[in-house]
Design a protein around this ligand. Structure first.
Ligand SMILES: Nc1ncnc2c1ncn2[C@@H]1O[C@H](COP(=O)(O)OP(=O)(O)OP(=O)(O)O)[C@@H](O)[C@H]1O
Ligand SMILES: [Mg+2]
Length: 589
């Protein structure tokens, strides 16, 4: 690429070269022709002088060698060459060369003129030496007749020192001018470049995001205008950028305030944006995820593939199981976004967390399966017993009685199961309406213990109540709290050993205005690892023992429901082989 400094130097150099050529032509050529014509005159005069002297060669007998020697001596240290020529043009003698070796000179214009009796001169390049010479010739006359020609020659270079001097002066002037030009060019370039550099830096700053960057007003008029234009432009850029930022800020606020997760990816599955809901749902830091590929952020092929398919133009509506950063189920709806040319430029995905929904569904399915299973066993037994009775056992009094007892047990068990299921479903439906009333907790406890007396005797377990100092009045659903207590006491009796004991203790809750009721036993205990699961529906630790005692595994989940409906909770602690302790906390209602 060209640069300003070089352009300036080159152009100025071109100008002075042209100027110098013109000066040379105007000065050197006239000086040269003046010098030559002056020298020609001089030489003509010398030629005439020599012509007179050379008459002697024609009056005496003399050999060419003697003439040569004479001429050489005559020329001496002078820069001239002397030649003597006869009327035929043959060289009789020469100061510089042996005469016999020289060609005929009759054709030389100055010689020809002298042979006709005139004095003449000429300038030409010597055929013998190839350099420029000035020649002058004069006739040698004897008794008015031309007897020969005397010629004087002078090398042009010997009379041109003036021209060379002028040449030198011009060359030196050229050199000086060149230095001046380079200096001026660099100086000019600096001034111009300084102005331009400021603007270039400002433009780079602006492009790099420094929106407050402006340029100073330079002294040069043209630049000052440019600077003004630049500053106006910078101002416009700033306001546009601010507008755009404001717009995108609005969009971001909107996106962050919608509850659905929104993810935007580019056509190569790189995350462009995750709104706050999406960050929350998928538990990633949006800022860290942006710019990275889906596969890098979630390590999930399924999700990556679904979004890639959307990027290929499909509309996606899929459930996806995510394992990382946490196990969850997503409902993904992805759609391609097309540019004006119809090409997919991005995908927009709506993301919904359906983990809870899925879990609930699973719970429901398990529940139905469990219920069916629990119902099937007693029903099958009942059918078998009735079949046996119908097949004739009814006629055998003893067998019939045994079968009928079994029938009664199974029917009771069935009705108990149905009762529990009904209670549970009523509790689930009751989220809003409890039948709250004020009552004395101690009375309710007494009633419950009373109703379990027979069962306790049957299992050989003693029932106790720890009296509390103050009368505990409580507000709650008396019937439901009775059910809960009955269930806890029932378990404490059943999962006990002969000679064991059950203690019910109550006290006012220290932290709030509520109460805590504790049902404690010294029975078989619950393994530590089973503790968190005992409140699940249908969960029984020892299935066989539970069946013997007629348990369905619903009791504790009913207790938990009741406590939670009252805004309270039920907790358990237990040591294997030593006993268990269930505590219900009911806050003030
Ligand atoms: N006090 C306790 N001591 C030892 N194990 C207990 C005690 N209470 C409950 N369990 C265990 O927890 C399981 C669940 O109790 P839950 O009351 O929910 O069901 P269940 O007693 O088997 O049947 P249901 O109460 O519906 O008749 C029981 O099967 C039993 O294994
Ligand atoms: Mg129970």
């Amino acid at each position: 690429m060209k640069n300003l400094k070089r352009i300036l130097i080159f152009r100025y150099a071109l100008i002075i070269t042209a100027a110098l050529i013109a000066v040379s032509l105007l000065v050197i050529i006239p000086i040269r022709s003046y010098t030559i014509s002056r020298e020609q005159n001089n030489l003509e005069e010398q030629a005439q002088l020599f012509a007179r002297d050379f008459q002697r060669f024609f009056s005496v007998e003399i050999t060419p060698d003697e003439i040569d020697a004479y001429l050489e001596e005559l020329a001496g240290d002078l820069p001239i060459r002397l030649t003597v020529i006869d009327t035929e043009g043959s060289v009789l003698g020469d100061s510089n060369f042996p005469a016999e070796e020289m060609e005929n000179h009759a054709g030389r214009p100055e010689v020809a003129a002298a042979l006709e009796g005139r004095v003449a001169s000429a300038r030409r390049d010597s055929r013998t030496l190839g350099r420029g010479f000035i020649y002058a010739a004069a006739p040698i006359t004897i008794d008015g007749e031309v007897a020969g020609v005397a010629r004087v020659a002078l090398e042009e270079a010997d009379v041109m020192p003036l021209v060379f001097q002028v040449w030198w002066i011009i060359l030196i002037a050229f050199g000086v001018l060149l230095v001046v030009i380079i200096t001026v060019s660099i100086w000019t370039e600096r001034t111009v470049i300084a102005g331009l550099n400021d603007m270039r830096e400002a433009a780079a700053g602006l492009a790099g995001g420094d929106l407050d960057r402006r340029v100073a007003q330079p002294d040069i008029e043209e630049f000052s205008e440019l600077a003004r234009e630049f500053n106006t432009m910078a101002e416009q850029v700033r306001s546009r950028v601010e507008e755009a930022a404001e717009e995108s800020g609005k969009l971001e606020t909107v996106l962050d305030n919608i509850s659905a997760g929104v993810m935007v990816t580019d056509s190569e599955s790189r995350i462009v944006m995750l709104n706050a809901a999406a960050d929350g749902i998928m538990n990633v830091e949006g800022e860290k995820a942006v710019g990275r590929r889906i596969i890098e952020v979630f390590s999930n092929r399924e999700l990556d593939l679904a979004v890639s398919r959307a990027a290929a133009g499909e509309s996606i509506d899929e459930e996806i199981e995510l394992v990382y950063p946490q196990r969850m189920f997503l409902l993904l709806k992805s759609n391609p976004v097309r540019g004006t040319d119809g090409q997919v430029v991005a995908t927009v995905s709506a993301i919904e967390d359906i983990t809870a929904l899925k879990r609930l569904n699973q719970v429901r399915q398990d529940f139905v399966a469990n219920v069916s299973h629990e119902l099937r066993t007693p029903v099958a037994t009942i059918r078998a017993l009735t079949d046996s009775l119908l097949d004739g056992a009814v006629d055998e009094k003893e067998r019939a009685e045994r079968f009928l007892k079994d029938l009664d047990r199974e029917a009771t068990r069935l009705s108990q199961l149905i009762e529990d299921l009904l209670t549970l479903s009523r509790l689930e439906a009751k989220e809003t309406g409890l039948q709250l009333e004020e009552f004395h907790l101690a009375e309710l406890v007494q009633e419950c213990l009373q109703s379990k007396r027979t069962l306790a005797e049957e299992y050989g377990v003693r029932l106790d109540v720890e009296p509390s100092e103050q009368e505990l009045a409580i507000r709650g659903d008396r019937q439901l709290l009775g059910t809960a207590l009955n269930n806890l006491i029932d378990n404490a009796i059943k999962y006990n050993r002969a000679g064991g004991r059950v203690t019910v203790a109550m006290q006012a809750d220290k932290s709030g205005g509520g109460v805590t009721v504790k049902v404690e036993d010294d029975g078989i205990g619950i393994p530590r690892e089973e503790l968190p699961r005992v409140f699940e529906r249908f969960y029984r630790i020892d299935k066989a023992r539970s069946r013997d005692t007629g348990g369905t595994g619903l009791g504790l989940s009913i207790v938990k429901h009741i406590a939670e409906l009252h805004g309270g909770a039920v907790t358990v602690s237990s040591v294997m082989g030593e006993g268990s302790e269930f505590t219900i906390v009911i806050p003030e209602n």
